[in-house]
Design a protein around this ligand. Sequence first.
Ligand code: ADP
Length: 320
Amino acid sequence: ARSIGVLTSGGDAPGMNAAIRAVVRSGIHWGFKVMGIRKGYNGLINGDIFEMSLRSVSDIVHRGGTVLQTARCLPFKTEEGIQQGAAMARVFGLDSLVVIGGDGSFRGAKDLSAHGIKVVGIPGTIDNDIGCSEYTIGYDTALNTVQDALDKIRDTAYSHERCSVLEVMGRKAGYIALNVGIACGAEVVLLPEKKFEFDKDIIKPIIEGRNRGKKHYIVIVAEGVGGAIEVATEIEKITGIESRATILGHIQRGGSPTVRDRVTAGMMGVRAVELLKDGIGNRVIALREGKVVDIEINEALEMKKDIDDNLIELSKILSL
Ligand code: ADP
């Protein structure tokens, strides 16, 4: 029988399990042998590969993290590592591979495709930072986790009339920061995509807010900007408003996936296997204009998306 390998690579994200499950179940449904590969490309190189059954993905649809585990695999960035991976795929009779991860993971998949393995990428990252896709699995869950945390921080900021500075994940992208900023009414959102000046873009809106009667403030700092502690110290020094920094950290990567992430994972996982069923490889699954589509892998890796300027403007108006 034709066989599909499935792995998760790079940073983990809630909904990866739902995607694994979708690949395994649809793969078996269409007559494939499906093999799980542990710890990303490390497992491919080391032969940490096992056959999966319909039941091996029972009770995981609601679980965060990834049951296949994930890793960053430095050797896979070298031609030698790619060749080792391709050789091990042959040992296990894998003719195709579904890679759930980010841009970096898709680059590895592309290199592997040069060795005759049909690869399909599924976007999985909380950061939503994949150029070809409007949406990545895990993003909605992370947004909700950050929203929940910020609502709690707001309670205490109100009680103490403080300025709360929250640093959120997103790597070089500000999608989490901007959207939670809107959802939670942040006064200031610092995004890696936009240059800012401390006085004009942080201090001035806080002071103007105070003059209009505000008594507590929320500042969101995206990971790609960083330095939340320094930002809080500086705000307190200049304005005299007591300020506290919170770096949310890895809590953002865990938790039970939301409906949106589970359903998207299901649709993307099935689409990936459908392509392989039709003998098509070297594609990345993406969401475009709200629909699940697939894009040639080189083309997908070239694509860029911008943060929405209208949304940035809107976040400023809503926090007046
Ligand atoms: P993500 O997939 O979330 O972007 P990384 O960038 O850390 O995460 O990539 C995950 C793994 O994919 C890396 O550890 C490496 O094994 C592989 N990878 C990343 N970039 C490349 C590349 N340029 N060529 C081959 N493999 C790569």
